[in-house]
Design a protein around this ligand. Structure first.
Ligand code: CA
Length: 226
């Protein structure tokens, strides 16, 4: 049974979501502020956090940043639930490492579907004991671990998905649009620069081994074994 933490200061809304999550068989608890949310997450690690952006104490983006910089909590899935529905807000949230973004007002049914989809994605990432290897890069999908020449490289959940997608499609050019839709889950042509930013960061983290991520000018990226 998956554990879900709702960080939301609107009590009615938090209660409604909590009630519906429980009715769908989840374990759920709520926190009315960023600080209490972080404290609850640290005491009892949830599988997924529903995170409001406008909280009375901390900005939700700050909470997200703290979650992602905490080694114990980095892998917890996060869905941002916010009234800030501008594309720029959504992109920023996803860039900070959120798995999905739901804009208020939302239907409870839609929220439940998104929760299940994110948890399913985590599940399929963890079940097959597949080891991918391209050049010096070893990616262990079951342990969510990447090693370059035996040294572990710490990646965010998003960077991991990006690298995994490229490794599974070695030698095939991936357009920015395809990466946005398959890695980020966004259908958009405008924010392709997001992909470039993450590729750059991923290359830096992989060190010299990152050179195998080729830029295909004007199109996208391709991973070619040396
Ligand atoms: Ca709020």
């Amino acid at each position: 049974m998956a554990r879900i933490l709702i960080i939301e200061d609107e009590q009615d809304l938090a209660g409604l979501v909590e009630y519906n999550l429980r009715a769908s068989g989840f374990e759920a608890e709520t926190a009315g502020s960023g600080a209490s949310g972080l404290a609850k997450a640290r005491t009892h690690t949830p599988d997924l956090i529903l995170l409001d952006l406008m909280l009375p104490d901390l900005a939700g983006s700050e909470v997200l940043r703290m979650l992602k910089s905490d080694p114990e909590l980095r892998k917890v899935s996060v869905i941002i639930v916010s009234a800030k529905g501008q594309e720029a807000d959504r992109i920023q949230g996803l860039e900070l490492g959120a798995d999905d973004y739901v804009v208020k007002p939302f239907s409870v049914r839609e929220l439940l579907l998104r929760v299940k989809a994110v948890l399913r994605r985590v599940d399929t990432e963890e079940t097959p004991a597949a080891m991918l290897r391209v050049g010096e890069i070893h990616l262990d999908t079951s342990r969510h671990q990447v090693r370059v020449q035996g040294e572990e490289v710490v990646l965010t959940a998003l960077e991991f998905r990006l690298l995994r997608t490229l490794m599974e499609r070695t030698d095939r050019v991936q357009t920015r649009e395809v990466l946005l839709s398959d890695v980020w889950g966004i259908q958009a042509e405008i924010h392709t620069r997001t992909v470039d930013t993450h590729i750059k960061r991923l290359r830096e983290k992989l060190g010299p081994a990152g050179d195998i991520i080729e830029t295909v000018r004007g199109v996208g990226y391709k991973l070619s074994p040396p």
